[in-house]
Design a protein around this ligand. Structure first.
Ligand SMILES: [Fe+2]
Ligand SMILES: [Fe+2]
Length: 496
């Protein structure tokens, strides 16, 4: 945790004093407190002192407290002094909007998004003379702004790009000449980014964009310890209750985890299983879904999910998040399964919200179901459901899971933006695309964790070809990956 905190402050262009760090580490949720510290000291200098931490603790948790939505799992925690096997770092969903008008809440959400990304970008050498949009008027020469993308237009005649950008002080229209390298960026609506611009001397002419800077993640990550053999398995999109659920493949997976497969040594090292949403198929999710269902009652689907998860060895720490097929509010960030559904699952299963970031043996994992692929894939030229990890790289560079508001991904009107990627994980897992993909971006392992549902008529119609019954197994100490293929239940294959 100590290293994770130091890294967190570094990513936010701050240096934390040793004494401030020690004090934070004595608190129950140090990462959450660190984030609050940064939010409350936006205008502060580059150092975080013990005094700043003491002042924050003296004021108490006034506004920012997301209760832990998980009950402690019965699995044994690591002994005191070693790295705990599981720790929740952040959960996108944080209740606290009761009584607020939705429009106000969305305003709060976008302010929080803007201020957070601005804090990440402030002080970067590639954004000199950073000013507000209001201050940009009446200047001339080179300056930088941070803004939220409101509109992108191509002029009909000369094919230049016009970018409308907002911040808390106003709006501005910027010009990207057709031949400018900055036009290579695909600007996404509602993302927050930094731009360097040249403001022409003549009044009435638009400022010209010179370069574009997304918040992104640090180019290099600190070296990881390379000892230890504990592994985690990543799965997604079980779709229990669907006629197309691959029961035999699932039984082969359970057998493998019990050590009955070809690689009992690998199976024995697996301590955690993460499932990235669409746990059940749900009811009424798409037109005529009833034709595809084997279990027509939503509660019964979760009872069956409990049975299927109970086939996995009870020694495993199983973490599940919901997806768009699950019986929780579809607006993101989604809360964890409610207690009445979670209690249908075995006691070694923890239900967290979508998205959630947690530490497994000190390795930070972000799990997001991936609904926003439905908005990002059409918006990014060349992006496809067959290569979701490419889109995940874009999410990391924007430091946001679902920037576009008003598309197919419903966004919850919460006062803080729980879809920002903060902290940066070591492993980033998604599902939803029903394919299997693995890649790396700036030291982060990206996984799209397959599905346990065969192709449905609805997917055929939407041109989605699944790669089902794959499991990604990652050694937590060095992030090395083993891909397992259970699509032919008689024969488990190590795919990569
Ligand atoms: Fe799915
Ligand atoms: Fe999904």
């Amino acid at each position: 945790m100590r290293e994770a905190l130091v890294r967190y402050f570094e990513e936010n262009q701050r240096l934390i004093e040793a004494e401030a760090l020690s004090l934070l580490l004595t608190q129950p949720e140090p990462l959450r407190l660190s984030r609050r510290l940064l939010e409350e000291s936006e205008a502060g200098g580059p150092f975080v002192t013990r005094g700043m931490v003491e002042r924050m603790l003296a004021v108490g948790e006034l506004t920012f407290h997301a209760p832990l939505l998980v009950s402690p799992a019965p699995t044994a925690e690591a002994p005191v002094g070693s790295t705990p096997s599981f720790r929740l770092l952040s959960e996108g969903f944080a209740p606290g909007v009761a009584g607020r008008k939705p429009l106000e809440a969305y305003e709060g959400l976008f302010h929080h998004r803007y201020r957070t990304v601005q804090r990440w970008l402030k002080g970067r050498p590639d954004l000199p003379n950073l000013v507000s949009i209001k201050e940009l008027r009446g200047r001339e020469g080179t300056a930088s702004v941070v803004g939220i993308v409101r509109e992108v237009r191509i002029t009909s005649e000369k094919k230049h790009t016009l970018l409308a950008l907002d911040d808390e002080t106003g709006s501005v229209e910027l010009l990207l000449p057709r031949d400018s390298p900055a036009t290579r960026t695909t600007f996404l609506l509602d993302e927050v980014l930094g731009l360097t611009v040249s403001v022409p001397r003549e009044s009435g002419r638009l400022p010209i964009v010179r370069s574009v800077h997304r918040p992104d993640i640090p180019a290099s990550r600190p070296a990881r310890p390379s000892s230890g053999t504990t592994r985690a398995m990543f799965l997604s999109d079980l779709h229990i209750g669907s006629r197309s659920f691959l029961g035999e493949s699932w039984s082969a997976l359970a057998g493998f985890l019990r050590g009955e497969g070809p690689d009992p040594e690998v199976a024995a090292e697996i301590r955690h299983v993460v499932v990235a949403g669409d746990l059940v198929d749900g009811i009424g999710i798409y037109p005529h879904q009833e034709r595809d269902l084997a279990i027509h009652d939503i509660l019964e689907q979760y009872v069956e999910l409990g049975r299927r998860l109970a086939e996995l060895p009870a020694r495993l720490n199983v973490i599940v998040i919901p997806g768009n097929h699950d019986a929780v509010c579809p607006a993101e960030p989604q809360p964890a399964l409610p207690a009445e559904l979670a209690e249908l699952l075995p006691p070694n299963v923890r239900a967290l919200g979508n998205p959630s970031t947690f530490s497994l043996e000190g390795t930070a994992v972000s799990a997001y179901h991936g609904r926003s692929f439905d908005d990002l894939i059409p918006a990014i030229p060349g992006a496809s459901y067959a290569r979701p990890t490419e889109v995940m790289k874009g999410m990391l560079s924007m430091r946001h899971l679902a920037p576009i508001y008003g598309g197919r991904t419903p966004i919850a009107p919460l006062p803080r933006d729980g879809l920002l990627i903060d902290p940066v994980p070591d492993i980033f897992v998604t599902g939803h695309a029903h394919t299997f993909g693995a890649d790396r971006y700036r030291g982060v392992l990206l996984l799209n964790a397959s599905t346990w549902q065969a192709e449905t008529e609805y997917q055929r119609m939407r041109n989605i070809t699944p790669i089902p019954a794959r499991a990604a197994v990652v050694r937590l100490s060095d992030l090395s990956l083993t891909a397992l293929d259970f699509s032919d239940p008689g024969r488990t294959a190590v795919a990569a």
